[in-house]
Design a protein around this ligand. Structure first.
Ligand SMILES: NC(=O)c1ccc[n+]([C@@H]2O[C@H](COP(=O)([O-])OP(=O)(O)OC[C@H]3O[C@@H](n4cnc5c(N)ncnc54)[C@H](O)[C@@H]3O)[C@@H](O)[C@H]2O)c1
Ligand SMILES: [Fe+2]
Length: 435
């Protein structure tokens, strides 16, 4: 008996899945408890990471006040770059190195949480910058030992960086997005206070919402864990182990919440009624992809973000052109669902239904199409760019995009239908525009 026919055992396939559970506190007002949490982790002098925008907002003041009330020294670093680069990771590291801190707190979006993780790592175990970076770009050296305690407090809801041991950045000299991935980078505690979303601009709400949706749907439709080749020993089982019964639960509920709340949260002037649902959806998707792993939309997104030329998105203050993460993911997603639909049609149909599509009368053979249509409809209702052309790419870029995305083997192999190079190029072509 298997829990779902999708996980039917396969010859040579993995027989087990693991469950990684981040430590999370969730609730409106929970940020004001951070002083006690930091003390319990032994912090006496904290590096408080944020960015120039969040530095002026209520969540930063709340965290600072609570830390200081607990008798903790706090020094604020507010120079984090949005969509960080190696340059900004190095600047954050210099701040950590010079400050003699015994704890890290991050208050901000994925950019801030990731910068705090990297600064903690490089200031605690200094090494060549590329030493810890994922192969093949870097040497993927394991983190040598425990890091200083880190409490991550998101003020966005898309990345789930508070749940993961991942720090993403743009390596400027290679025009490539890459990252550092190691379980030791996972924050000791994530504090999710939905009231922190009160000031989030609507375009960022939309991009975050689609990032959450894509984490959830990619994890739900990922290759089943039972078909990934079994590891040589149990310590080598990857974090992205493929779809499994645990991540399924979290992902379907996450998709349902995004389907029910995202359009209104983007379009209503006062969207506070949706903050709790959005933040919970982001957390659930983080638990989902932290255990299952993403696949093609994320694999393709690193090329879309890395090769950006002149795109400056409305709503994002930035000192360099960029395609924000959620946008770089969702512009590929509809084309991907049409391609992966036939590999696990029931799962695509379930996702379409959870997202709010009317699936009565939809044949299984059109499950990927039904999901793609619902996503396109939601992109239009939330003013997302119209595919790759909407963020500045043309036919002439397809070869370059394919070259950059094809080496993302870990993500491509986690797809229920693994594309060859020509198919990947056709996926980029199909992503050029949707309406
Ligand atoms: N570590 C991971 O597991 C992981 C996963 C996915 C993405 N990422 C990375 O995270 C980064 C994106 O993070 P993000 O989407 O959370 O956004 P972000 O941190 O880049 O912030 C986007 C913008 O929103 C502003 N902002 C943040 N909170 C705000 C608030 N409450 N009110 C008003 N403005 C606010 C910021 O100042 C910034 O201008 C990318 O670099 C991406 O690659 C990391
Ligand atoms: Fe993402």
């Amino acid at each position: 008996m298997v829990l779902d026919p999708y996980f039917e055992p396969a010859v040579g396939g993995d027989k087990a899945f693991t469950v990684e559970a981040p430590k999370i506190k969730f609730g409106t007002g929970s940020l004001s408890e951070i002083g006690d949490d930091a003390k319990a982790l032994g912090m006496t002098r904290v590096a408080l990471y944020t960015d120039p925008v969040v530095a002026k907002l209520a969540p930063l003041a709340t965290a600072r006040k609570s830390l200081e009330a607990a008798g903790i020294d706090v020094v604020v670093y507010d120079e984090t770059e949005v969509e960080p680069t190696d340059r900004s990771f190095k600047a954050g590291t210099a701040f950590a190195r010079d400050g003699n801190f015994d704890g890290f707190v991050s208050v901000g979006g994925g950019s801030v949480m990731d910068t705090a993780k990297a600064s903690n790592l490089y200031s605690t175990y200094p090494d060549d910058f590329l030493a810890y970076v994922n192969a093949p770009v870097g040497a993927a050296k394991p983190v040598p030992g425990p890091l200083k305690p880190h409490i991550a407090c998101p003020t966005t809801f898309g990345t789930a960086s508070e749940c993961t041991g991942i720090a993403i950045f743009d390596l400027l000299e290679m025009e490539a997005k890459t990252g550092i991935a190691n379980a030791r980078l996972r924050p000791n505690l994530g504090i999710l206070d939905p009231s922190a979303l009160a000031t989030l601009p609507r375009s960022i709400v939309a991009a975050n919402g689609f990032d959450v949706f894509s984490h959830a749907v990619e994890s739900l439709t990922a290759r089943p864990f039972s078909q990934r080749p079994a590891p040589e020993n149990s310590n080598l089982r990857p974090l992205g182990q493929g779809a499994n019964p645990y991540s399924d639960m979290a992902c379907l509920e996450s998709i349902r919440l995004i389907g029910a709340h995202l359009i209104d949260a983007v379009n209503e002037t006062d969207n506070s009624a949706h903050h709790e649902a959005l933040m919970f959806a982001g957390m659930l998707a983080g638990i989902g992809f932290g255990n299952a792993g993403c696949h093609l939309p994320h694999g393709m997104s690193y090329a879309v973000a890395g090769l950006v030329r002149g795109y400056n998105p409305p709503g994002w203050p930035s000192n360099h052109p960029m395609v924000p993460h959620g946008i770089s993911v969702i512009v590929n997603a509809p084309a991907v669902f049409r391609f992966t639909g036939p590999a696990c049609p029931e799962r695509h149909l379930k996702a379409a239904e959870a997202m709010g599509a009317d699936i009565s009368g939809v044949a299984l053979s059109d499950a990927g199409g039904a999901l793609a249509d619902r996503v396109i409809d939601m992109m239009r209702q939330t003013d997302m760019p119209n595919g790759l052309q909407g963020v500045g790419y043309t036919e002439d870029d397809l070869e370059n995009l394919t070259d950059k995305a094809f080496p993302q083997k870990r993500l491509l192999d986690n797809s229920p239908q693994v594309p060859d190079r020509d198919q990947l190029k056709e996926l980029f072509r199909a992503s050029l525009s949707y309406w």
